[in-house]
Design a protein around this ligand. Sequence first.
Ligand SMILES: NC(=O)c1ccc[n+]([C@@H]2O[C@H](COP(=O)([O-])OP(=O)(O)OC[C@H]3O[C@@H](n4cnc5c(N)ncnc54)[C@H](OP(=O)(O)O)[C@@H]3O)[C@@H](O)[C@H]2O)c1
Length: 223
Amino acid sequence: MDLKNKVVVVTGGTKGLGKALALGFLKDGSKVVVCSKDGGFENLENGIVGIKADVTKENEMQSLAEKITSDFGQIDVWINNAGIWLPHKPIEETDWKRAHDLMEVNLFGTVYGAKAALAQMRKQDFGMIVNIISTSGLNGKINETAYCASKFAASGFTKSLMKEVDGIKIKVLGVYPGGMQTNLFDENIPVNYNEFMDPSFVAEKIIENLKLKKPEVELVINR
Ligand SMILES: NC(=O)c1ccc[n+]([C@@H]2O[C@H](COP(=O)([O-])OP(=O)(O)OC[C@H]3O[C@@H](n4cnc5c(N)ncnc54)[C@H](OP(=O)(O)O)[C@@H]3O)[C@@H](O)[C@H]2O)c1
């Protein structure tokens, strides 16, 4: 896909991978809109449009898609990137009440974003939905039961949605990055954080893939 003048939406685009993706798309000449729950749009590069919207609220995702369509006429690429994390802990010490929040953002945020984007993409009969999952959605990891469960759920949703769309005019892609140095870990920095990837490197790989004639539908990114 040639990204020039394409309308690209990135949920959770104010920090980390989402911010790097937004910048990458802007450099390629796309019209970029990001959303976040808390704002933080003052730090965005000139040209990127920020709209406050919480991915866990289905009506806010619908309104976001409708506003973008009314302002820009279409939605070419919608990236469900917003996500949260819980510090690594064994099952007994995991705060399972907080794990509900993980499911709300990492699973349902992806579902509501995809559903809102798809409503417009079905009307226009084209578009690409890209779900940012994690290698924690591919393999179980010690002390990550809650986060892995939320990412496996997002992966199951993505794999099934891929089969519901035609895969030609409307495509659904899953991206599985390894660790990145971002604000996701503000609460507690993992021990191997220094080995994690720069989110700009990961964003570049995702954007390179979208530019291919036949993008990988499941893209695993490790250093
Ligand atoms: N960092 C890693 O090692 C890693 C590895 C693999 C996959 N991932 C995944 O990559 C994605 C991006 O993570 P990141 O590391 O870039 O995290 P980050 O730096 O913490 O950024 C997360 C972004 O999501 C937004 N967000 C969170 N909850 C939201 C909500 N309810 N509604 C709207 N926006 C919301 C945040 O904005 P607010 O501040 O406004 O909430 C922020 O813009 C996530 O899905 C994460 O699970 C991360």
